[in-house]
Design a protein around this ligand. Structure first.
Ligand SMILES: Nc1[nH]c(=O)nc2c1ncn2[C@H]1C[C@H](O)[C@@H](COP(=O)(O)OP(=O)(O)OP(=O)(O)O)O1
Length: 164
């Protein structure tokens, strides 16, 4: 099954997720509240009304970790389906090493630089380990993950994508 045939006609809600890279490190944030609390992840969230994906990605990045970037590159799209929710999450993944500002903890996220050899997958969303190799190698990807609960993936598909 292709991802577009799985998700094509289902309702979706848009989210952003941005990763900041520096040398051989990535900036992750420990989510302090809300969905995914206690997990390390990139920075992002829902779109405000009338906001574009890139505007939302930039705003969430600055709100959550204090950094600004006009150079977020779209790297992937992830679809998450939970068994008890008819609306899929559509998460647009960005990455950059071109940023300004100082890292600052926010009410939502505690940021920390991690060595790329030391990414804490056991304390991240279980899907991350599947699509991180694409992100690291800068290969664009689309992913679909079906969850039974927040720790259990029951089905998934990943496709390398030329254009997003
Ligand atoms: N399975 C998953 N794997 C992953 O790597 N990131 C995920 C994920 N599911 C959600 N995310 C990301 C997308 C987005 O950046 C973030 C969730 O968005 P939000 O922070 O807006 O959620 P909240 O419910 O905390 O929102 P607010 O209460 O409005 O702040 O988590």
């Amino acid at each position: 099954m292709t991802i577009s045939s799985i998700v094509g006609n289902k309702a979706k809600k848009l989210f952003t997720l941005a990763f900041i890279r520096r040398d051989n490190q990535v900036l992750l944030g420990l989510k302090k509240r809300g969905f995914g609390v206690g997990k390390w992840n990139g920075f992002g969230g829902k779109l405000n009304p009338n906001e574009t994906l890139i505007d939302a990605a930039q705003r969430e990045l600055e709100e959550e970790c204090g950094l600004r970037s006009d150079h977020l590159a779209k790297m992937g799209v992830l679809y998450f389906e939970f068994e008890d929710n008819p609306v899929l999450m559509e998460v647009h993944v960005f990455q950059t090493s071109d940023f300004t500002g100082e890292v600052k903890e926010s009410e939502e996220m505690k940021p920390q630089w991690y060595d790329l050899r030391d990414v804490p997958f056991s304390r991240m969303w279980p899907d991350d380990v599947f699509w991180w190799p694409y992100l690291l190698e800068e290969r664009k990807f689309t992913g679909y993950f079906k969850y039974k609960d927040q720790e259990t993936i029951v089905d998934y598909v990943i496709e390398e994508t030329a254009a997003l």
